[in-house]
Design a protein around this ligand. Structure first.
Ligand SMILES: [Zn+2]
Length: 347
């Protein structure tokens, strides 16, 4: 386990309510049970049938004059961004619903057909949609622009994903200033592919960028309520790296402690000792580390005469349900920082 600065209490994140698929993906990466290259070739195999479906689709759809641009996004977070900038002038839809994990999302034949009927596709990129890369390439080859939202983020602002041989961390939306670059990518693509509405998209983008700027400031201001030396976060899922860098949290994945039963048990003990030593107030539930691991951790902490609470769950790779505060990117980001600050200040 990585050594921590022992002066800093840590906040722990656990996971709940999320398909274990995401966790296993990272475990596989970290354990190197099979290499990233093998993983990618398996993904390629997985989409083989879908690529055959692409070939059956026929010619690219011709958009009638005056017909709204059809925009198809992969994740709910990407669809929220495109929807804010398109502002009703384009038809925006997303493939993945609330709570859907993008890492191993497999496109159905229906998804491929929807993509083939779109005028433009927005996806996160950086292998977030690890099993769909070939489909994006296929769509681009058919003349349907597939635009990676991460495309406008300079390389030097990307974080490397541990154990993935130089593959960047795809979770760029956790740093709002990077998501502002994604917003500009969406704006520029909409302007390019729907010139009659260019001015409208630009004005919407300006408005939304101001909201994002305010959100960035809000998260910073809220984070500063926690003394800098105490701002620390351990997550089960490696999603919070950009968040940590942008808002001054020490971040570490819990992931490493559950790579095997034997090692996991030992690391739960080590982690429990660390929680007690540094008087960490809360374990945050993120998505789906099996509850028994968290219960084991809590029990191990209790056995040492200390209590660690489980805080509100945080959203990582998908928005909450539509028409809830967490159903938008801004609402989700506010929920996350509010939950973290509350866990620290309520101790
Ligand atoms: Zn993720």
């Amino acid at each position: 386990m990585q050594d921590f600065d022992s002066r800093k209490p840590l906040l722990l994140l656990a996971t709940k309510n999320k398909p274990a698929i995401d966790i296993s993906w990272f475990e596989q990466m970290k354990k190197r049970v099979f290499s990233f290259q093998k993983y990618m070739s398996l993904c390629a195999l997985g989409v083989f049938i879908l690529l055959a479906a692409c070939n059956k689709i026929g010619e690219k759809r011709k958009r009638a004059e005056g017909e709204p641009l059809r925009v198809l996004c992969t994740t709910s977070i990407a669809a929220d961004l495109a929807g804010n900038i398109a502002g009703g002038r384009a038809q925006v839809a997303g493939l993945m619903g609330a709570g859907t994990d993008p890492h191993l999302y497999k496109a159905s034949e229906g998804d491929v057909i929807r993509m083939a009927q779109a005028d433009i596709i927005f996806y996160n990129g950086l292998h977030l949609e690890g099993r769909m890369t070939d489909i994006f390439e296929k769509m681009s080859a058919r003349g349907i622009p597939a635009v990676a939202l991460s495309g406008g983020v300079p390389k030097e602002r990307l974080l490397a994903l541990e154990g993935a041989r130089g593959v960047p961390d795809p979770h760029i939306w956790f740093d709002v200033s990077l998501w502002m670059l994604a917003a500009q990518t969406v704006r520029d693509a909409l302007v390019e592919h729907d010139p009659p509405n260019a001015l409208f998209y630009r004005e919407n983008a300006d408005k939304y960028l101001k909201e994002l700027e305010a959100l960035h400031t809000y998260i910073k201001t809220e984070a500063e309520k926690i003394p800098a030396e105490r701002r620390a976060l351990i997550t089960a899922h490696d999603a919070f790296g950009y968040f940590g860098r942008a808002y001054g949290f020490e971040v570490m994945g819990l992931q490493g402690i559950s790579t095997s039963a034997e090692v996991g048990a030992r690391d739960v003990r080590n982690l429990a000792a660390l929680i007690v030593r540094r008087r960490i107030p809360a374990v945050f539930v993120e998505t789906s580390v099996p509850p028994r691991n968290i219960e084991a951790l809590q029990a191990a902490v209790r056995a040492r005469g200390f209590q660690v609470k489980i805080g509100a769950h945080l959203y990582s790779d998908a928005l909450g349900l539509p028409n809830t505060p967490q159903g938008s990117y801004i609402g989700m980001a506010r929920h996350n920082i509010d939950s973290i600050v509350k866990a620290f200040l309520d101790e």
